[in-house]
Design a protein around this ligand. Sequence first.
Ligand SMILES: Nc1ncnc2c1ncn2[C@@H]1O[C@H](COP(=O)(O)OP(=O)(O)O)[C@@H](O)[C@H]1O
Ligand SMILES: O=c1ccn([C@@H]2O[C@H](COP(=O)(O)OP(=O)(O)O)[C@@H](O)[C@H]2O)c(=O)[nH]1
Length: 238
Amino acid sequence: MTAPAYKRILLKLSGEALMGEDSYGINRATIDRMVSEVAEVVRLGVQVAVVIGGGNIFRGVAPAAAGMDRATADYMGMLATVMNALALQDAMRRQGLVSRVQSALNIEQVAEPYIRGKAMRYLEEGKVVIFGAGTGNPFFTTDTAAALRGMEMNVDVVLKATKVDGVYTDDPKTNPEAMRYQRLTFDEAIVKNLKVMDATALTLCRDQKMPLCVFSIFKEGALKRVVMGEDEGTLVQC
Ligand SMILES: Nc1ncnc2c1ncn2[C@@H]1O[C@H](COP(=O)(O)OP(=O)(O)O)[C@@H](O)[C@H]1O
Ligand SMILES: O=c1ccn([C@@H]2O[C@H](COP(=O)(O)OP(=O)(O)O)[C@@H](O)[C@H]2O)c(=O)[nH]1
């Protein structure tokens, strides 16, 4: 059997993807399916860190937050990601995966604080580390948290699991003619404003030469194929 292409990965799971077919919140079947995909790559011996979004519950820039102070709304969004982190940890527990949640905001009764060394240790022990509360700062996104934590954890690649199966020439939801890129450079993604990840996250990955793979969370077995280095999604590199 061939070895995985990556030893340590940072997986960004979109909060919105957790909704599945629902219009809000966490869909049990969807979260269970995502966890079984993660379990598959953990069984391959890959060390997995996860950054989870919060868009299924609250987003600082959503209409529900209209008129609110932006920073306050963003803190609410970060708390939403902590809820998702706990739900994800519980779903992992049900499937026999050992994980730890670390939060960028101090809520010590709920989750341990983010401590880099401890997180690294957990990864070495084969535990999945779930990072909640994004970067801990308003005006950022969980995509940026994924780039940041990915670099701190010295991962081999940041994987963005999202609703589309890669980066397209245009938004595939609104333009049916859009074509998927197999590979792309960060500069192309930024200059062409391809919007699959925010510019802060893309720039951070580019500056630190951290490869990024965008793939669909809804495609069965996609995570494993990405980890095995097969042609899946879009690989963005320098
Ligand atoms: N060039 C593009 N290629 C792929 N997706 C794009 C592009 N431009 C816009 N999108 C949209 O970006 C969305 C994924 O980004 P985002 O909303 O940040 O997802 P997430 O909630 O997973 O963080 C997709 O649903 C897609 O419709
Ligand atoms: O470092 C961060 C990460 C997230 N957020 C807030 O948390 C919300 C949920 O995160 P995100 O939109 O990235 O989740 P996803 O799109 O993955 O569901 C965002 O809208 C922001 O309001 C923030 O303020 N700082």
